[in-house]
Design a binder for this molecule. Structure first.
Ligand SMILES: NC(=O)c1ccc[n+]([C@@H]2O[C@H](COP(=O)([O-])OP(=O)(O)OC[C@H]3O[C@@H](n4cnc5c(N)ncnc54)[C@H](O)[C@@H]3O)[C@@H](O)[C@H]2O)c1
Ligand SMILES: O=C(O)[C@H](O)COP(=O)(O)O
Length: 616
């Protein structure tokens, strides 16, 4: 803690600029509000998540690249220019995207790195009208500060129902028998099926769709087990499902239904090795993603052992020993026309229809429209895929601290002497809240934004803050100080320390050798309350002059009159000193940027030992 005492002086004669009300200030710099100002607003005015409109009459543009339900489209059209352009080639998408603020896709559009690069920074949100985001290059989105949101709930039931439809159709050869009848045949013996009742179904991936499939399969009298390394056992128990290991699931199941996302860990999770562990005659349903199965290995599994079985056992048993698959999804969509897998007689295939019910598509369209519009309005999306999901009440509570965090970051980096290179920043949060009751991700992102934006052309937001810091070799460590007392306010103060650097203002270096700033929120307004070892108190509303002098009468007046003569409006002044007549640091809040000449005059005042002008 600082050892100095401080005195704060509001300057009634010079006053605060009445045209800058608190609310207008907050709405400009708040990450959560719609900016109605120009897109080319100053750096401090850029919201953390996205910038919306280019003015009252300039709506954002949303490109919808695949068919979306009417209800969702209508919501979008109320707020934005909506360009529905389907079947774009990758090149056409890259060309169009530079004119769009948001893009809405289903699974048929590849949102590649090139798309983000081609957007020239304008694309702020990608909305995936559905669950799977494996067609969106998330790393590239994050690097470009583009938020990705999805619609994770509205098609769950549709996908589960399709899984059950495929399960039953495959067990009873519905598709093959239908084709045979239509071809004028009547093959009752060929299409003898297997029963579902009493059979074991392994649900692989016990999330939203998987658990709905499990519920329905139990209704059909199946014994359901599930494998999901991340699913809570009590949720499975509540449905009457036992969670088992991967090997037990695939080794004991008569039917296997896949419901995990496609990730590096699940890619080709069913392969030659795992097929070899399955029961003869296993039936596989895939309504998840084609890539979770090694499709060549599946063809081999479908073909394997069948002839020997036919001669060794009865005809009906041989039928039951046939491995079968019912697939809604494929590694390549649409699959090649000569695909051995599709053409296989024991494969039932549908063209990625899991989410395609009237009800699901209306629901998904509304869900994604609301998510994209919310994001465009600067709200934090509840279905964000590449940014922290922060509940609305937490955001409201943290708002002034978010502002404080960015401003402390901005001030701190400007105090670093050129060429020092900021590598290590320690942030300390002092709070009476229990650590798990204080979400600091927003604050950290804003500190990073404050630290990086003044010294680069990078646009930092909640999406890309951690990535940008890492990329620049900036290590942020966070520490909590647990205070006694009432946890009414989320935070008492935020402190930033930058180690191993020189400062343009030597007094900002603390006794332990780092640049140190501390800030608090007073009456909803961020204040700078400590610089180095000096206590100060200046509201962070305009810009700041920090000035070290030998404490003596008349200093405030001298500096104030230099600024007054140059028509620079002072909003706040505060002096922190070690002891009377010793060194003191004066913090002066100014509404306008002083000219070089004015700053020189301040530097020329006898007793002023050093000073620095810092922009907020
Ligand atoms: N065919 C379609 O039209 C259609 C429709 C909806 C969803 N889907 C796909 O279905 C899948 C599931 O969707 P959801 O809404 O249930 O998602 P979800 O996130 O609710 O569930 C996925 C589950 O998979 C689990 N999982 C992750 N890795 C796993 C692993 N290695 N082994 C086993 N489980 C693992 C997760 O823990 C999670 O519980 C997604 O791939 C989605 O894209 C397809
Ligand atoms: O992941 C999903 O939500 C489904 O695969 C649906 O995809 P679709 O929107 O392309 O039908």
């Amino acid at each position: 803690m600082a050892t100095s005492a401080s005195q704060t002086l509001r300057t009634p004669s010079l006053g605060r600029n009445p045209s800058l009300s608190l609310s207008s200030k907050l709405s400009l710099s708040s990450p959560f509000s719609v900016s109605l100002r120009s897109r080319r607003c100053s750096r401090t005015a850029r919201p953390l998540v996205v910038v919306v409109s280019a003015g009252l009459d300039a709506k954002p543009t949303i490109l919808v690249s695949e068919k979306l339900g009417e209800a969702g489209l209508n919501l979008l059209k109320d707020f934005a220019n909506v360009d529905c352009s389907y079947n774009l080639t990758p090149e056409e998408l890259c060309t169009k995207i530079s004119l769009c603020d948001a893009l809405i896709v289903r699974s048929g559009t590849k949102v590649s790195r090139e798309v983000f690069e081609s957007s020239g920074g304008r694309l702020k949100v990608v909305g995936r009208a559905g669950v799977g985001i494996d067609n969106v290059d998330l790393a590239a989105a994050t690097e470009h500060g583009c938020l990705v949101v999805n619609a994770p709930t509205a098609n769950t039931v549709a996908a589960a129902e399709h899984g059950i439809a495929l399960l039953a159709a495959m067990a009873r050869n519905v598709a093959q028998a239908d084709a045979s009848v239509k071809a004028g045949k009547w093959q009752r013996n060929k299409y003898v099926g297997v029963s579902l009742v009493g059979k074991t179904l392994a649900v692989m991936g016990f999330g939203k769709v998987g658990s709905e499939v499990a519920r329905r399969a139990k209704g059909l009298g199946m014994h359901v087990i599930a494998h999901d390394p991340y699913a809570p056992a009590d949720r499975a128990r509540a449905i009457g499902v036992e969670l088992v290991s991967f090997d037990e699931a695939i080794g004991t199941a008569d039917f296997i239904s896949l419901h995990m996302p496609l990730t590096p860990a699940t890619s080709k999770i069913l392969n030659d090795e795992t097929f070899a562990k399955m029961k003869k005659g296993v039936h596989i349903v895939n309504v998840a993603r084609g890539g979770v199965i090694d499709e060549d290995a599946l063809v081999r599994a479908l073909d394997s052992g069948i002839v020997a079985q036919v001669f060794a056992i009865s005809y009906l048993e041989a039928l039951a020993a046939h491995c079968k698959a019912a697939l809604d999804v494929f590694t390549e969509e649409p699959p090649p026309k000569d695909s051995k897998l599709i053409l296989h007689e024991r494969v039932t295939a549908t063209p990625h229809l899991g989410a395609s019910t009237v009800e699901a598509q209306e629901g998904v369209a509304i869900e994604i429209a609301e998510a994209v519009l919310g994001a465009l309005k600067g709200e934090l999306a509840a279905t964000a895929v590449n940014a922290p999901m922060v509940p609305a009440e937490v955001i409201t509570e943290l708002k002034p601290f978010v502002d404080l965090a960015e401003k402390l970051g901005r001030l701190a980096v400007q105090l670093v002497a050129g060429g020092s290179g900021v590598k290590s920043v320690k942030v300390t949060y002092a709070s009476a809240r229990a650590p798990d009751d204080l979400d600091t991700r927003l604050l950290r992102a804003m500190i990073i934004k404050g630290l990086i934006e003044p010294i680069s052309s990078v646009f930092v937001n909640l999406v890309n803050a951690d990535f940008t810091a890492k990329q620049r070799g900036l290590r942020i460590t966070e520490e909590r100080i647990l205070l006694d007392g009432s946890p009414e306010s989320p935070l008492e103060f935020i402190q930033i320390q930058i180690a191993n650097v020189e400062s343009r203002f030597a007094s900002a270096i603390s006794e332990s050798g780092e640049i140190k700033l501390e800030g608090r929120v007073k009456d909803g307004i961020p204040h700078l309350t400590e610089v180095g070892s000096f206590d100060v108190d200046v509201s962070l509303e305009g810009s700041i002059i920090l000035c070290r002098q030998v404490d003596q009468p008349g200093m405030i007046g001298k500096v104030g009159s230099v600024l007054g003569e140059e028509n620079v409006n002072v909003s706040f002044m505060s002096v922190g000193r070690i002891a009377p007549r010793k060194q003191a640091v004066m913090a002066i809040g100014v509404d306008d940027q002083p000219s070089k000449e004015t700053l020189k005059k301040i530097g020329a005042i006898p007793a002023v030992e050093e000073f620095v002008f810092l922009k907020l």
